[in-house]
Design a protein around this ligand. Structure first.
Ligand SMILES: [Zn+2]
Length: 216
């Protein structure tokens, strides 16, 4: 089948996200672009431990089903509009991860604390709440990524997190690093002491050495 490799890759990534504790039961969703300009995405409401790779749905860039019998993720337009906003995004992962949700409740901005967070484009903002699955929500997130071309992540108020990647493996790494960064920031706040944030000069230096992909 034409899309089998994409379906297998999305399925394997979803399983990795479950193992890493970033998505649970049927929350969160994963997608990637296909070489022919479509999008492979996880289906709606199927628990990840019951899912099969053949259930991954293929959509065109308007959200119409190209292949697959199941209903695609309710967040299909969140993924599609993010791809439309960002040419460089080849994969999108949306999680309901615990530390991201916790920080989002305060409208947090995660400061540049580590190499991993710099790579994601920190500081990382919280996008104000809109109804999950709505077009308004999808557009708000797409606008954020369009307006911040250097950022690969965002907190979603009272909802979770979203990351983009240059491929599905990169997006997984970004999702993992983002939740870890959220955890670290949460810990720092909890300790109640002043903590050190990387300076702009140190961030520029990192972009020139450890993070060549984002070098301007
Ligand atoms: Zn969600």
């Amino acid at each position: 089948m034409k899309y089998t490799e994409y379906q297998k890759e999305i399925f394997a990534t979803a399983q990795k996200l479950v193992k890493a504790g970033l998505i649970r039961i049927s929350s969160g969703n994963v997608s990637m672009r296909t070489d022919d300009g479509n999008v492979a995405i996880t289906p709606s409401s199927i628990p990840y431990d019951e899912m099969e790779y053949s259930q991954i749905v293929i959509l065109d860039m308007e959200g119409n089903a190209v292949e697959g019998k199941l209903k695609p993720s309710v967040e299909k337009m969140l993924h599609i509009n993010t791809y439309k906003a960002r040419e460089d995004a080849k994969a999108v992962i949306h999680t309901h991860s615990v530390f991201a949700i916790t920080l989002s409740l305060f409208g947090s901005v995660i400061p540049p604390l580590s190499i991993e967070m710099i790579n994601l484009g920190a500081p990382i903002q919280t996008i104000p709440y809109s109804l999950p699955g709505s077009l308004k929500f999808a557009d708000k997130v797409a606008n954020y990524f369009h307006d911040h071309p250097e950022k690969k992540a965002a907190l979603l108020e009272n909802h979770g997190a979203i990351v983009v990647g240059s491929g599905v493996k990169d997006a997984f790494q970004n999702a993992y690093n983002f939740e870890t960064g959220a955890n670290i920031y949460y810990n720092s706040l909890l300790l109640g002491k002043e903590f050190r944030i990387l300076s702009q000069a140190e961030i520029d230096e990192l972009h020139g050495t450890y993070i060549p992909s984002t070098k301007k």
